[in-house]
Design a protein around this ligand. Structure first.
Ligand code: NAP
Length: 310
């Protein structure tokens, strides 16, 4: 009997990116996607046991501690999931020759200036979340596992916990809403990130086949950190204006809140946010052959999906 194909191990399946990834990855064969109850990523021994048992051919790790403000008081949890877990996954992956696809964030940067950040720019996280994600990047890289890290920003989708869904809900309840208009970045649809992962797996498996190389060797050719966010830049205020206008067009009878632009200083949060979260994504296009769609196109698709599901 032929051997069963080695599975893909996917973490964070109940999250935005993990949820988008599950159906897409299933096209490649078996996917093992443990929930938090089945694999607690804050337990390094549990991670080791799980990977050794599953023997995956890929590890895709969108799981993360993403509560940016709460992280300021829950440092231990944030570092366990964002820094230790990717490192342990990397160690186990290196031992079995499985490549790792990992996600990181614009919050690794200090957020000053107006120039879009490049992968080679100096980091300087402003808070615990960014610091923990940066340590995860460095920890994974040090393990020697073949890996790609996708730094993304402002992730949203038709489901899950995100800015677009929160604002849409509140905009139906309130007369007016104040939205920060001095932080610049790129909204990124979870499905676009999932398609990027599919592209990466297809590209490297094809490369391995063509060159008679191992998957690990093929991934090493493309390995490194890539910025991957929706194309174009905007502010939270303009992003909200865009999708609330689409919602209004879909439901002309519904009253939506008037949106008012404010400065970050008028909306203090426990964790400081970067003013400049723009990510330069040219490397993704030139080296990996994938271009993220314009953020407005993806928002339009998400709003159509929300309307279709209503
Ligand atoms: N969201 C953003 O705006 C944003 C921006 C920049 C970068 N990123 C990065 O993009 C990636 C994907 O983010 P996302 O938006 O998909 O995140 P998300 O929706 O918050 O999902 C995170 C997932 O991680 C899981 N998780 C958290 N702690 C865990 C633990 N101890 N054990 C097992 N699983 C655990 C969660 O499980 P439960 O479902 O059980 O909670 C959830 O499924 C992350 O690396 C994140 O840092 C996100």
């Amino acid at each position: 009997m032929p051997n069963a194909p080695q599975p893909i191990l996917l973490t964070g399946v109940n999250g935005q990116v993990g949820g988008a990834l599950l159906p897409m990855l299933q096209a490649f064969g078996p996917v093992i996607a443990p929930t938090r109850a089945e694999l607690d990523l804050s337990d390094p021994d549990a991670i080791r046991r799980f990977v050794r048992k599953v023997q995956p051919r890929w590890i895709v790790n969108p799981a993360a501690y993403t509560a940016v403000d709460k992280a300021e008081t829950e440092q231990e949890a944030a570092f366990a999931i964002n820094a230790v877990a990717p490192t342990v996954l990397g160690e186990e992956a290196a031992a079995i020759g499985a490549p790792v696809l990992h996600f990181s964030t614009d919050y690794v940067f200090a957020g000053d200036g107006e120039t879009p950040w490049q992968e080679t720019d100096s980091t300087g996280p402003l808070g615990v979340y960014g610091a923990s994600k940066l340590e995860g990047e460095l920890g994974l890289a040090e393990t020697g596992a073949a890996h790609l890290i996708f730094r993304t920003s402002w992730v949203y989708g038709a489901t899950g916990n995100n800015f677009l869904r929160t604002i849409l809900r509140l905009a139906k309840e309130r007369e007016e809403m104040k939205i920060v208009a001095d932080q610049y970045g790129s909204p990124t649809w979870s499905n676009d990130l999932a398609r990027l992962v599919v592209h990466t797996i297809e590209r490297t498996e094809e490369l391995a086949g063509q060159e008679n190389a191992t998957l690990r060797e093929a991934v090493k050719r493309l390995a490194g950190t890539y910025h991957a966010a929706g194309s174009g830049y905007t502010t939270w205020f303009e992003f909200a204006k865009n999708f609330v206008a689409l919602a209004q067009a879909q439901a002309p009878e519904q009253r939506f809140a008037r949106l008012l632009p404010i400065a970050s200083a008028e909306y203090p949060t426990p964790a400081k946010r970067p003013g400049n979260s723009r990510l330069n994504c040219e490397k993704l296009t030139t080296q990996l052959g994938f271009t993220m769609p314009p953020w407005q196109d993806s928002v339009a698709q998400v709003m159509a999906a929300i309307q279709a599901a209503a």
